[in-house]
Design a protein around this ligand. Sequence first.
Ligand code: B12
Length: 230
Amino acid sequence: MEQTEELKAAARKAGADLVGVADLGPFKAERSILSPHILDRFTNAVSVAIHLDDTIVDGIEGAPTPDYVRHYRAVNATLDVITAQLVKCISQRGFSALAIPASQIVDETNLLASISHKAVARLAGIGWQGKSLLIISPQYGPRIRLSTLLTDMPLSADAPLKNRCGTCNECTKACPASAIKNIGTKDRYETRDDALYFSRCVKQTLQFKASPGIGAQVCGVCVKVCPFGK
Ligand code: B12
């Protein structure tokens, strides 16, 4: 559909490296969003991704670096600018759109955002959900940050990609918290605990947050070691 291609071109022009479209039907069926009533207004989700800087990701040696944290913050800000521009572009065509922040935890107790960018990106064909629970794109592996916008603009949805993790266990071996269970999935995990010893990941990222020069709940080791990103 011409409109879909125009929107994707606008996303790339604004700075997105990858862009895909997902049908919101599966989210509506599961009411899988913190404020499900929002979904009633929209039909599609647009997933945008920015490729992380390889020099910075390669600099991670078992723990996040101050450079990685600065880059993480800058990329989040850029993603928010891109989705804001797309909202404008969509409203100029007479439709509604809502940008979801790149990095915002809405439920602090359960560590949940209003919608999972990874779930949207998987359905939008940006990548598959790897053993690390991250979205692995064929182009950049998991070295991407994601964002989402919801819209009622009629768009043609992309198809999810086949999981290509196979027998690889590089993320499992490298995880500093031994949090990755090394369990593969053909499409998706039902819960985070199906893929991770989730509390170990949370504890480790909190420890990194307290380290000098970090100050954010990040890690990046499973991002760095994935062979698809190298
Ligand atoms: C809270 C949070 C955290 C928490 C909890 C992690 C977690 N897995 O939920 C902590 C602080 C521990 C964390 C750590 C990390 N995070 Co984080 N985090 C988030 C945040 C803000 C919300 C995640 C959320 O709500 N999860 C809810 C659960 C239920 O969803 P989920 O994790 O996506 O997993 C489920 C769905 O994807 C589902 N699924 C798949 N397909 C479908 C389809 C449908 C219809 C449905 C309903 C579900 C579904 O299967 C999974 C199991 O249920 C997101 C940003 C966002 N808005 O999405 C970033 C995000 C997930 N984090 C990201 C990253 C990179 C990291 C870290 C590497 C840290 C870092 N930046 O260095 C680690 C990696 C940990 C890991 N291996 O999972 C990236 C992932 C990028 C990618 N390539 O996939 C995101 C998307 C941020 C971004 N803007 O790019 N993070």
